[in-house]
Design a protein around this ligand. Structure first.
Ligand SMILES: [Zn+2]
Length: 259
């Protein structure tokens, strides 16, 4: 499998970095988009994918949570597959409750009504809600969802669902955090199961507290840091992750060939 970072920035990002959306290419050549932010049509084109042919280029989409840098491009994907001839609906994998919220609170404002028809999410996507087992398989890659604490509000945590990816008979396991607060106990556990960790990081002087901050990640033991690549950072981060024991900042367009 290959993992390509279409972008590496945060919600505050610019076109120099783009939002942190990833493209997974299976050994079959089929592609899964991991999160779909509002700049996806630009970041795909820059990565050499013809965004106008989304339905034919990309078979599946996984959504981690509902912030715009992760879902803001889905309305564009929906209409550019539904109305384009011979463009199959993308498969949509995500946590069941989050999928319901996606339609009820984000997408139906723009997608519910088209001429002469009331639409639903499964008119645009082939939906695969993931509930009890918290895992799915796509193109011989097993994806396990991990509920990561992200935003605490309204008396509950609004989670983001990170992914543990393992390829049948293939590359070492990989964990992708998506968006999460600092979780040292979890990282201590998961690092024994994986060869690589891609972790979101906040690099600003001010702290939003909804992401792990760079200074927090620096406190991790060396054996964890040496498996970590950092992404989802702010423009022009004034840090030296290699010196601090990490693999580095992922750069926009960087691809990891794990075959
Ligand atoms: Zn987020």
């Amino acid at each position: 499998m290959k993992i390509k970072f279409l972008g590496v920035g945060s919600a505050f990002t610019t076109a120099d970095y783009y939002q942190s959306n990833l493209l997974i290419t299976a050994q079959s050549g089929k592609k899964l988009l991991l999160d779909c932010g509002s700049d996806i049509r630009f970041s795909l084109n820059e990565a050499g994918i013809n965004a106008a042919n989304f339905g034919r280029e990309i078979e599946a989409v996984y959504i981690s949570h509902l912030h715009s840098d992760h879902i803001g491009g889905l309305e564009w994907v929906a209409i550019n597959t539904y109305f384009v001839p011979n463009s199959p609906p993308p498969k949509l994998f995500m946590n069941t409750a989050t999928m319901e919220e996606l339609w009820n609170h984000s997408l139906q404002g723009g997608l519910k009504c088209i001429k002469g028809k009331v639409m639903h999410l499964d008119d645009y996507f082939e939906c695969f809600p993931i509930s009890a087992e918290n895992r799915f398989t796509w193109e011989a890659i097993d994806f396990t969802l991990w509920r990561m604490p992200h935003v605490m509000a309204d008396s509950r945590n609004h989670y983001s669902y990170g992914l543990l990816m393992s390829e049948t008979g293939g590359s070492p396991n990989v964990f992708i955090s998506t968006d999460t607060q600092f979780q040292p106990e979890f990282l201590t556990h998961i690092h024994t199961e994986v060869g690589l960790i891609f972790h979101d990081v906040e690099t600003t002087a001010f702290r939003t507290t909804v992401h792990a901050h760079y200074d927090e990640l620096c406190t991790l033991p060396p054996e964890i840091k040496k498996k970590m690549w950092l992404y989802h950072y702010q423009p022009k981060p004034d840090r030296d992750p290699v010196k601090d024991g990490f693999n580095g900042f992922v750069v926009k367009g960087q691809e990891f060939d794990l075959c």
